[in-house]
Design a binder for this molecule. Structure first.
Ligand code: PGA
Length: 238
């Protein structure tokens, strides 16, 4: 069986580096004994520090985003080359909260290519905006996968993990509730046909993680990744 992966996406939290240390310490302690791969995606300003803390523990670090080129006159952006240099192994690309800020599939595709070029692995997030049918969801999310990976050489597919996150199931979108495992499972089976691992994301908690683990190659966790007890339970669910 394929090794499972848990990605903890901290989003724009926690508010202090002191709090980031506290959470990271717990991840590292639980991560050392984990039966799968653990990846933490902290805000950019904490990446170098968190990578130092995680060194040697097996826990890996992801940027929550990256720019489309290695260096240049792009004020406010962070390049994949920089992420790699300070110890990140992954870039999370195409998260729905980035798409909501205007990132389209073409832009996301450039980021995917730049990240791979810089030696990072990619977590490509996809998902339908509204709940319709499994068929519609596969069409929307599958289209994002196709466009996100356009022009990426097949041999690089092994550097890509897909995160299926139905946008309506992400806790930050108002009134969200996790997708029914059966529904998510069907969509993920289709998305997995290209051979890449598929994670489930959207309102994963310590309580419901057990519903998704058997259906997916792992989970992408937002809100619950900042709560020590919850993240420990999620890691132990592997
Ligand atoms: P959530 O976020 O677990 O808070 O729903 C998932 C995500 O990062 O998309």
């Amino acid at each position: 069986m394929r090794k499972k992966t848990i990605v903890f996406n901290w989003k724009m939290k926690p508010e202090t580096v002191g709090e980031a240390w506290r959470i990271m310490k717990a991840v590292v302690a639980a991560g050392r004994k984990a039966r799968g791969d653990i990846v933490v995606a902290p805000p950019f300003v904490y990446v170098a520090e968190m990578a130092r803390m995680a060194k040697g523990s097996g826990v890996e670090i992801a940027g929550q985003n990256c720019f489309t080129v290695g260096a240049g006159a792009f004020t406010g952006e962070v390049s994949p080359t920089m992420l790699k240099d300070v110890g990140a192994e992954y870039a999370l690309i195409g998260h729905s909260e980035r798409r909501a800020l205007g990132e389209d599939d073409k832009f996301i595709n450039k980021k995917v290519k730049a990240a791979i070029e810089a030696g990072l692995k990619v977590i490509l997030a996809v998902g339908e905006k509204k709940k319709e049918s499994v068929r519609e969801a596969v069409k929307a999310a599958g289209g994002q996968v196709r466009q996100g990976l356009a022009g990426v050489a097949k041999e690089n597919y092994k550097k890509v993990i897909l995160a299926y996150e139905p946008v309506w199931a992400i806790s930050t979108s108002r009134g969200a509730k996790e997708a029914e495992p059966e529904y998510a499972g069907k969509v993920m089976t289709e998305l997995g046909r290209r051979g890449m691992p598929v994670l489930y994301g959207g309102s994963v908690t310590a309580e419901n993680v057990g519903d998704y683990m058997p259906l997916a190659d792992g989970v992408l966790v937002g809100g619950a990744s900042l709560k020590v007890e919850a993240l420990q339970k999620i890691i132990n669910s592997l």
